[in-house]
Design a binder for this molecule. Structure first.
Ligand SMILES: [Zn+2]
Ligand SMILES: [Zn+2]
Ligand SMILES: [Zn+2]
Length: 171
């Protein structure tokens, strides 16, 4: 890459190089436009259980912090998995997998109030070869154990894998 702002006027007439252009795929860009019109980022829920717009990117650390309410959530990435027509219910903290997870708590609270959401991703256990259909969100530690507190890492797991990773599930 040449220096930003340097005008390559010294290279003479157009030597066959193309003029700069907006390098996007028109079809993909148009699909993305429709996607965010249908699913605004403020109503997309990250797997941590909070809106995408609760996450803030910090240039200094090149990472995210998630702040859905007065306290911080340790989620450091953004992984939208659910669309919530009313996102105000997604401000809770996780204290375990399944029904104790912030994503579940938000979905249940919102659904009780008469709204229905939509999954943005297929529900699948994080273990590649696992096709068990009974899926729950779970906070996991860096050592791949189920956490009883909000965690940086949140994944979908089947019931068997939650138990294998040391979690207890109350359904
Ligand atoms: Zn998150
Ligand atoms: Zn969060
Ligand atoms: Zn599994």
């Amino acid at each position: 890459m040449s220096d930003l702002g340097e005008n390559q006027s010294g290279s003479g007439e157009d030597g066959g190089s193309k003029a700069p252009y907006l390098a996007i795929d028109q079809v993909a860009a148009s699909e993305y436009l429709e996607y965010i019109a249908k699913y605004p980022r403020s109503k997309q829920i990250c797997i941590c259980g909070h809106t995408v717009t609760s996450h803030h990117f910090w240039e200094s650390s090149q990472g995210y912090t998630c702040k859905p309410n007065k306290s911080y959530c340790p989620c450091t990435s953004v992984n939208p998995v659910y669309f919530a027509p009313n996102a105000c219910y997604f401000k809770r903290a996780s204290h375990g997998p399944g029904m104790k997870h912030a994503l579940t708590l938000g979905i249940v609270a919102m659904t009780k109030s008469g709204f229905s959401g939509e999954w943005l991703v297929p529900l699948k256990c994080r273990f590649d070869d696992c096709n068990d259909p009974d899926i729950v969100p779970a906070p996991v530690t860096r050592h791949k154990r189920i956490s009883a507190r909000p965690s940086e890492i949140n994944v979908f797991l089947c019931r068997n894998h939650v138990i294998q990773l040391g979690g207890d599930l109350i359904w």
